[in-house]
Design a protein around this ligand. Structure first.
Ligand SMILES: [Zn+2]
Length: 427
């Protein structure tokens, strides 16, 4: 029997094990924020992979955002060397999950299996992908113990909050340098027949308009910062949003609506705060002297970050020309440049071939509207040969009754296992 058939048989035989592994991972609530039970899940993954012959390192990202004695940022990196030198294939999964939220009909940390679906927070995003990569690697080792190069599997913290205590921390310490790792697969839930090549860019900024405080009964004695901000928002409605809708991209972003530049106004605050929840009095009447908005601009490979910034500056300068006493500040909060791996990159070609072989259809190439840890692997690690590929339906991520399908996990484990065969089963 060819190795690929033996691998598929091995993976099918591990169905119950794959289910149990996914359930175990889901039953460790790794909510972020605040970043709970990271050590517990890292130890669980360590024990599992040590049994499979991996050398395991637990790494705490000391001093990164959110790291404290109560909520330490733990990561696990496991490596299994082959018998000869060769390339390293790395599977990177984040271990954190987002808040549960309302509307669940299943136990979010129960890992219930119903009609071939495993339910729980993080089932598709992305403990199902982590479990599939572990089973894929173990099945590969069973059918091909004499291989070249190495396999790495990591479980990393804080992806949902920027990845600074996870992949960024490891990348800064050389864990994703091209000398150590040659291929990276991130099993995020992008559907089992799609390869995600990268993501759009992000620019967050805070705009503050200034006014002058005065008695609310005599607003003409002050200067209302909220009205100034109203003018900014109006300028955006008239001139910015229509212009952004015209900026289309050649990046294959899904969903289709995100195949352009977008802007969200994340928040707006002006005037006095509403007071504590238990305060039952009325607020006093004042003219607001400050109003702040946080904007979330998502940009394209075809756009430069300088142009994205200049566009907002232009809007503010246009308002400045029209309004008396218009004063503002503009402050950058966060930036991530867009990234997209070439379709001809070795990891892309390998996984595409494995998808065609497993699913009997051509792989689809997509780009994510939001960012994920690939940004750190690209920018800090300087490793371009990286994709996201994993089981699960992207639309279910962060929603109530999140689940991952068992068949999907098996299929994507086969794709991952075949990719290992292609890259590492060399004499
Ligand atoms: Zn994710």
């Amino acid at each position: 029997m060819p190795l690929s058939d033996r691998l598929n048989t091995e993976i099918d035989a591990r169905r119950e094990d794959l289910i149990a592994l996914t359930q175990d991972l889901l039953r460790i609530p790794t909510l972020n924020p605040p970043g709970e039970n990271y050590l517990e899940i890292c130890e669980y993954i360590s024990n599992r992979l040590r049994d499979a012959g991996f050398t395991v390192e637990l790494i705490r990202a000391h001093g990164t955002p959110g790291d404290s004695e109560k909520y330490p940022r733990w990561n696990v990196v496991a490596r299994r060397e082959g018998n000869r030198p060769g390339e390293c294939v790395h599977f990177n999964s984040h271990i954190d999950v987002v808040d549960v939220g309302h509307g669940w009909t299943k136990d979010p940390f129960g890992g219930e299996l119903i009609d071939g679906k495993i339910y729980g927070r993080g089932a598709c995003d992305m403990k199902g992908g982590l479990a599939a990569s572990i089973v894929a690697a173990e099945a590969f080792l069973a059918v091909c113990p004499d291989f070249s190069g190495s396999i790495e599997i990591s479980g990393t913290a804080d992806e949902e909050s920027g990845g600074y205590g996870g992949v960024a921390y490891l990348a800064e310490r050389g864990y994703f340098s091209p000398e150590r790792v040659q291929h990276v697969i991130i099993p995020e839930p992008l559907n089992k027949d799609r390869i995600c090549l990268g993501h759009r860019g992000v620019w967050w900024a805070e705009i503050e308009t200034h006014g002058e405080i005065a008695h609310g009964s005599m607003p003409f004695l002050g200067d209302c910062a909220v009205r100034h901000m109203g003018a900014v928002l109006e300028e955006m409605e008239e001139n910015l949003f229509p212009a952004l809708a015209q900026k289309r991209t050649d990046m294959p972003v899904v969903p289709e609506g995100a195949r352009q530049s977008t802007l969200n106004i994340n928040s707006i605050h002006g005037g006095q705060s509403e007071g504590d929840e238990d305060f039952t009095g009325l607020p006093s009447p004042c003219v607001p002297d400050s109003c702040r908005v946080v904007i979330d601009r998502r940009f394209l490979l075809e756009e430069k970050i300088e142009d994205v910034q200049a566009e907002i500056k232009d809007i503010l300068e246009d308002v400045e020309k029209k309004r008396e006493n218009f004063r503002y500040d503009l402050k950058e909060l966060h930036r991530v440049l867009p990234t997209m791996t070439d379709k001809d990159a070795p990891v892309v070609k390998t996984v595409a071939k494995a998808i065609a072989q497993t699913m009997g259809k051509e792989a689809e190439y997509v780009v994510s509207p939001g960012t994920y840890d690939q940004k750190h692997i690209d920018r800090i690690g300087k490793l371009k040969n990286c994709i996201a590929y994993g089981p699960g339906i992207l639309d279910l991520a962060h929603k109530p009754d999140e689940y991952v399908g068992v068949e999907d996990m098996l299929d994507s484990a086969k794709v991952m296992g075949l990719s290992l065969l292609e890259l590492l089963a060399k004499p």
